[in-house]
Design a protein around this ligand. Structure first.
Ligand SMILES: Cc1cc2nc3c(=O)[nH]c(=O)nc-3n(C[C@H](O)[C@H](O)[C@H](O)COP(=O)(O)OP(=O)(O)OC[C@H]3O[C@@H](n4cnc5c(N)ncnc54)[C@H](O)[C@@H]3O)c2cc1C
Length: 310
């Protein structure tokens, strides 16, 4: 029996449940039992065999040291063969800490799993995404972090057994709450069916892009340099260090098509690339290529759509 534990991230519940598919693949031909660890989560999530429930003071939920303590205690109690954590900003703080405590290897940001007999190969981008590394983890538990939206669980119907996990010997949290504010609701580019994405070659104000996105019932996304130039928040960055998206239509405006950017495109139905360079790698992925200035293209399309959709 292959026992896997998934840390359920409150902010990414669907993506956490999708890790069931990664855990199932990791089990290979072995029978799998897949547990979820929910902290302050009373909702029963279909798909897990067992869902562990832990109660914490709410202000400690984002304390990666506290969450690491909990995972360590859970692992000591149940001895899982593998622990899977989403590679979100928070997951990236927890996973290496836990790996250190458990003296286990961590394979971060995996994008594929191959199992042959007893050998489990974890695939992840290496050398800035220019190569794929195939890593065999020989320590136990096999610890992996997985980018959201890479694995997708089929429709899950099984209701988990709910178990309360009592905490022992918790260290004091290092977080002191000085003030609190409501999180501004914003969109998630992973939900969009149409994405209009600006790269460094899009040389116009971002509100022009916002207008186009609204006319197409879509959302705005960007490449990394646009975030680095502080023209957009990191939440809307596509790629290896951003989000993985699967829209029906991806409009790439002045995007070169680096490996790290392309890594964020999974199961995209159609890509339109607008670039002044006909040889840009993005054009080879695209169904339709427009060779020209991206800002002019957006301007003209905005005007034309306004006429058509009047
Ligand atoms: C560890 C690591 C992680 C990374 N993670 C990410 C990530 O998550 N996401 C990401 O995007 N990148 C990421 N990068 C950066 C990545 O390597 C590229 O540098 C980046 O994707 C390039 O963005 P770009 O295509 O917008 O810009 P550029 O490479 O500068 O390309 C601009 C493109 O616009 C075209 N262009 C120029 N002017 C115009 C114009 N007027 N009209 C139309 N086209 C024009 C150019 O021909 C070119 O093709 C990462 C890099 C590293 C090392």
């Amino acid at each position: 029996m292959f026992k896997a534990l998934i840390l359920i991230d409150q902010d990414f519940i669907k993506d956490s449940v999708d890790l069931i598919e990664a855990a199932t693949r990791l089990a290979g031909s072995q029978e799998a039992t897949i547990w979820g660890l929910g902290i302050n989560l009373t909702e029963q999530l279909k798909g897990f065999d067992t869902q562990l429930h832990v109660e914490l003071p709410p202000e400690q939920l984002k304390d990666s040291r506290v969450i690491t303590d909990i995972l360590e205690q859970v692992q000591q109690e149940y001895a899982f063969d593998s622990i899977l954590i989403l590679a979100t900003d928070f997951g990236r703080m927890v996973a290496p800490r836990l790996a250190m405590r458990l003296k286990a290897g961590l394979v971060a940001d995996i994008t594929e799993i191959e199992v042959e007999g007893q050998e489990r190969r974890l695939i992840r981008p290496a050398f800035s995404g220019n190569m794929l590394a195939s890593i065999v983890c020989e320590s136990t538990p096999i610890m992996v972090s997985v980018h959201p939206n890479v694995f997708h669980a089929a429709e899950l119907t099984k209701a988990p057994e709910m178990l309360h996990f009592p905490l022992e010997k918790m260290k004091a949290s290092s977080i002191e709450v000085l003030a609190s504010a409501e999180h501004e609701a914003s969109y998630d580019i992973r939900d969009a069916q149409v994405l209009v994405a600006a790269g460094a070659g899009f040389k116009a104000p971002m509100d022009k892009l916002q207008r186009l996105a609204e006319q197409l019932n879509g959302s705005v996304a960007v490449s990394k340099p646009v975030v680095e130039q502080r023209n957009a928040p990191r939440e809307i960055q596509v790629g290896q260090s951003g989000k993985t998206v699967s829209p029906e239509l991806y409009l790439a405006l002045g995007i070169y098509g680096s490996m790290q950017h392309i890594e964020g495109l999974k199961n995209v139905s159609d890509i339109i690339s607008v670039n002044i360079d006909a040889g840009a790698p993005m054009n080879y992925l695209a169904n339709l290529v427009v060779v020209g200035d991206a800002a002019t293209f957006v301007e003209k399309l905005n005007t034309r759509l306004k006429e058509v959709l009047k």
